[in-house]
Design a protein around this ligand. Structure first.
Ligand code: TRP
Length: 454
């Protein structure tokens, strides 16, 4: 346990090495991988999307992940405090992250609630079918309803409160340690099952074969935005998690393992869902319903009993994967309120959750009753996600990159990332070069083209 001399706050630390990887991996692996990635790929040309996604992870993902860990552990502080401590003028970068976290939680908690609701749909056998009309009907019935998704979302938020309430070690780490590996196993089973479906190969081809004419500015912005979202980057989430990391941990290794793990799960989800889309005649551009209609269809081919057991288990695990991500979002404003505003953890968790719940009520209703409320052609539910993934996260990522490259500076950054030179990091200079020059320019270009400037 560290005690910081300048503010005398006792900060907790991760209990073990594997605990941190699972927690940071738990933050990264979530609804973004299993729910969002496949439907965005479906809407954005399949292989074209995958290609841009992988390039973004390779160039920006690893470098920025390490940059966030480095800031966090260097400053041992919350999202806003971390930047401020290094340079007083830059607290606002963390503040963008605090704002972004609200936009994300404003729809994420609702999808978490859908996942909870699906546990019960699975148990009762209501989604044990391969019929696209039955499955789409079950999905629409839930999400368009005025009350149900809000109640489920509320329950989901309460689960989050329970975990974040108890603080970093006891809650987050324990939860991740038990639950992440189980999800992995069931995803592998699903992948094999889906790939063996008749007609699956068409989906595989769609997913992995890029059609270069489909790489449009819109696809690039969506894929890059999704990479930020899926890796939990750009809003100082990994800064906050890195701040709980001990000085003897290998940041470089962690910054490689976490993106690899996250990308692996996203690709697996693509191999589960897209082949099933083609095999069962769903619509690849089906949007947010995609995972919720295709996955039950795959399970139902396993027979009534086994299908029911597995799909119930799957939605339990999906809910848990969502939880390990959403607690990491909730932790951002919470850590900020505790450390900068001197609130108690309980008060911070409660107030943040109430605001999130109100945002969730609106985003949920925007799928039904309030669907006429649109901003730039998007309902509130989609709008929150667009603002976060395609604007705030890339913008935050650009600033974080500039911050480490130019403000924290080469010497400090490399010193922290290599534990004072005791860890081998051959590409240290390349890393700094990327952060200083390449990544900010790249993000700016992605941004401007996606927003229609070229
Ligand atoms: N990465 C998570 C997912 O894929 C979502 C998430 C958690 C996130 N924490 C974040 C996204 C911080 C951006 C920033 O579901």
């Amino acid at each position: 346990m560290y005690t910081l001399k300048d503010n005398n706050i006792q900060r907790s630390q991760w209990g073990s090495k594997i605990g941190f990887i699972l927690a940071a991996g738990g933050s990264a692996v979530g609804l973004g991988n299993i729910w969002k990635f496949p439907y965005l790929a479906g809407e954005n040309g399949g292989g074209a999307f995958l290609l841009v996604y992988l390039v973004t992870v390779a160039i920006i993902g690893f470098t920025l992940m390490l940059a966030e860990f480095t800031i966090g552990r260097y400053s041992q502080s919350d999202a806003v405090g971390a930047f401020k401590k290094i340079d007083k003028r830059f607290g606002f970068i963390g503040f963008i992250g605090v704002i972004a976290s609200f936009f994300i939680m404003g729809f994420y908690m609702i999808v978490g609630g859908w996942s909870l609701a699906y546990i019960f749909k699975a148990i009762t056998g209501a989604i044990n079918s391969t019929d696209s009309i039955v499955l789409s009907g079950a999905f629409n019935e839930l999400v368009i309803n005025d009350i149900q998704p809000i109640i489920w979302g509320g329950i989901y938020i309460i689960l989050n409160i329970g975990i974040v309430w108890s603080g970093i070690n006891k809650g987050i780490e324990k939860a991740s340690k038990i639950l992440m590996p189980a999800l992995f196993v069931i995803m592998i089973i699903l992948t094999f099952k889906s790939l063996s479906l008749e007609g699956a190969m068409e989906g595989v081809r769609f997913f992995i074969k890029p059609n270069f004419s489909e790489i449009t500015p819109k696809v690039i912005l969506n894929a890059a935005g999704q990479a930020f979202f899926s890796l939990s980057l750009g809003m100082a989430c990994m800064v906050t998690y890195g701040s709980y990391l001990s000085k003897s941990e290998n940041l470089v290794k962690n910054a490689i393992i976490v993106p690899l793990l996250d990308t692996f799960v996203a690709i697996m989800a693509g191999f589960v869902i897209l082949p099933a889309v083609f095999a069962f005649g769903f619509e690849a551009g089906g949007g947010p319903s995609l995972a919720f209609v295709t996955i039950p269809a795959v399970f139902s081919t396993m027979g009534a009993n086994i299908g029911t057991i597995f799909s119930t288990l799957f939605f339990v695990l999906l809910t848990i994967a969502a939880l390990t991500s959403s607690i990491s979002m909730l932790e951002i404003p919470v850590a900020y309120l505790i450390e900068q505003r001197k609130w108690t953890r309980k008060k911070a968790v409660l107030l943040t959750s109430i605001i999130v719940f109100v945002m969730c009520i609106f985003s949920s209703l925007s799928n039904g009753k309030l669907s006429y409320l649109t901003i730039g052609g998007k309902n509130l539910f989609d709008f929150y996600g667009y603002v976060a993934s395609n604007i705030l996260l890339p913008f935050g990522g650009m600033l974080i990159s500039i911050f480490v490259g130019w403000i924290l500076g080469k010497k400090n950054a490399i010193n922290e990332a290599t534990n004072g030179g005791t860890i081998k990091f051959r590409l240290a200079k390349v890393w700094i070069f990327l952060l200083k020059y390449i990544i900010p320019v790249l993000i700016l270009l992605i941004f401007l083209s996606g927003l229609g400037f070229f």
